[in-house]
Design a protein around this ligand. Structure first.
Ligand code: SF4
Length: 223
């Protein structure tokens, strides 16, 4: 289980290891967080209630749990991954296990606690054998993610890995070229970076993700 740190604990830890930083206000003010939904706007609970009963694609037959998403419903920063793996399917939460711990480390490095961002996937049910979701599975599930994005209204989205980038933005861009370059999704800036599972296998590329997270932090500070 991923250990959850408070903002103060993250700050103390970063100071201890000598990192000079400015905590990024990743949670909107309490007032903003309590704003009622705008007319016609859904809240995440309404979407969740639909997703837990969803049988729109064959992935429903292999799931233990729907992995809807987790985090601050008024997050400024939202991460989008590919789909649940075995541990995520078991726990019903995205990005747990080794890849999740690495993502948490990157988030905390820029002075944000994991609970202050929102994390979701392209598909909510686990593809068998940890394969990438098929185009028809992604197409069936994407409307839920789009509704989550509309409900959360993040200021920035960060896609993790090529599959998330290609399905969310509807392109065929290679992640090796796309990473670190801002894109746009209906007026929301989107920054693609590598998936933490890829970095676990290719640790020499982690410095590129660190540079991408610095871009996220800069944008949040200037927002
Ligand atoms: S992956 Fe998405 S569309 Fe497919 S059954 Fe699960 S929730 Fe429904």
């Amino acid at each position: 289980m991923t250990k959850r740190l408070s903002r103060n604990m993250v700050a103390a830890h970063l100071r201890e290891i000598g990192i000079d930083f400015v905590l990024v206000p990743a949670r909107r003010s309490a007032e903003a967080a309590n704003l009622p939904a705008r007319e016609g706007e859904e809240n995440l609970e309404d979407i969740l209630n639909e997703v837990v009963a969803c049988r729109r694609c064959p992935l429903c037959s292999g799931r233990t749990n729907v992995v809807f998403g987790v985090g601050n419903p008024r997050a400024r920063l939202m991460f989008v991954g590919e789909g649940p793996g075995a541990e995520e399917d078991r726990q019903g939460e995205p990005f747990v296990g080794a890849a999740g711990r690495l993502l948490t480390k990157w988030i905390e490095r820029i002075g944000i606690v994991r609970q202050d961002v929102y994390i979701a996937n392209i598909v909510k049910c686990r593809p068998p054998g940890n394969r990438a979701p098929l185009p028809e599975e992604a197409a069936a599930c994407l409307p839920y993610l789009r509704r989550q994005i509309r409900a959360i209204r993040p200021e920035i989205i960060c896609t993790l890995g090529g599959v998330a980038l290609n399905h969310l933005l509807g392109n065929n861009d290679r992640i090796t070229r796309a990473r670190g370059n801002w894109r746009d999704l209906d007026g929301i800036p989107v920054l693609p970076t590598y998936h933490p599972a890829y970095i676990l296998r290719n640790a020499t590329r982690e410095h590129e993700v660190v540079a991408d997270f610095d871009l996220l932090a800069q944008r949040l500070r200037s927002g």
